[in-house]
Design a protein around this ligand. Structure first.
Ligand code: PAF
Length: 282
């Protein structure tokens, strides 16, 4: 597996693969890879002969009081993990490589509408940072396919919209959330949880699942279900940012007969901001 840090080396390799008519899949990550990321790599492998995993902790998607400095950086461990998955290349640029004019003068890509609620409301500028860096990675790697995790449900919708709106010739694929045995979605931020908080954390997915069952069994009083879930999570010790039932397609408020729903939540537990969701097709 190649480990590449510069655009020049990357471009040379891409030219060679293209010359051999090989398709390229990109799995953008911020590193600290876990089983969730590895499943995205396996999924990417089903769609292309060559798989590039980018590892870059992107400063522009962190707010000024957020965890950019503390975010775990584990490149050596990630290299070992990716050898067991079948990645062809790690692309691990530094900040100056991805933002050659500096962070303040960087061209920004912004998707209005979809980014205004939920994580976008709580983390102003976050999605601009995500779309800005993903657009850069797309331009540099020029993949045929790019794979994102369903755990960041709003993010993958925003990226799909960006790709469609800019007519980018890239197929966006969403990989299922990988969970621990107790249901907690895999996330690098789980490492911020104390032992006590880690024992409480599965309540997030339990609550999503309970609301999912209620929806499946025909309940349609969305506001009541959201309030009930919020109470459960607060009682368990979460500081709930949002818990919402929305149209899976575009996060709009659903009407009663909508048969494609997403239940999405974000909640703070100690130092960890946890997000999760389930999609309900009725
Ligand atoms: O989901 C992530 O890890 C990041 O938001 C992404 C897509 C790699 C952009 O930095």
């Amino acid at each position: 597996m190649l480990v590449i840090h510069t655009k020049q080396e990357l471009a040379e390799q891409i030219v060679e693969w293209r010359h051999n008519d090989e398709h390229i899949a990109l799995v953008p990550t911020m590193g600290n890879l876990h089983a969730g990321h590895l499943s995205l790599v396996e999924l990417a492998r089903e769609h292309a002969e060559r798989v590039v995993v980018s590892i870059f902790v992107n400063p522009t998607q962190f707010g000024k009081d957020e965890d950019y400095e503390q975010y775990p950086r584990t490149l050596e461990l990630d290299k070992r993990r990716l050898k067991t998955a079948t990645a062809d290349m790690i692309f691990a640029p530094d900040v100056a490589t991805l933002y050659p004019f500096g962070l303040d003068k960087a061209t920004t890509v912004s998707v209005p509408g979809l980014t205004e609620n939920f994580c976008g409301a709580t983390r102003p500028g976050h999605f601009d940072g995500v779309t800005t860096v993903v657009a850069r990675l797309f331009a540099i790697v020029q993949p045929d396919v790019a794979v994102f995790g369903q755990k960041d449900y709003q993010q993958q919708l925003v990226i799909r919209r960006m790709a469609e709106d800019l007519s980018l010739p890239i197929t966006i694929i969403t990989g299922e959330t990988v969970r621990n045995d107790d249901g907690l979605a895999m996330s690098s931020r789980n490492s911020y949880l104390s032992d006590e908080e880690r024992a409480v954390a599965p309540v997030l997915y339990e609550t999503l699942s309970y609301i999912g069952q209620e929806l499946q069994s025909g309940r349609r009083n969305f506001a009541k279900l959201e309030a009930l879930a919020g109470e459960r999570l607060t009682a368990a010790g979460f500081d709930v940012d949002y818990f919402a039932i929305r149209r899976a397609l575009n996060l709009e408020v659903p009407d009663r007969d909508c048969d494609d729903l997403v239940v999405l939540t974000a909640a703070q537990l100690g130092a960890a901001r946890l997000i999760d969701n389930i999609v309900i097709t009725i």
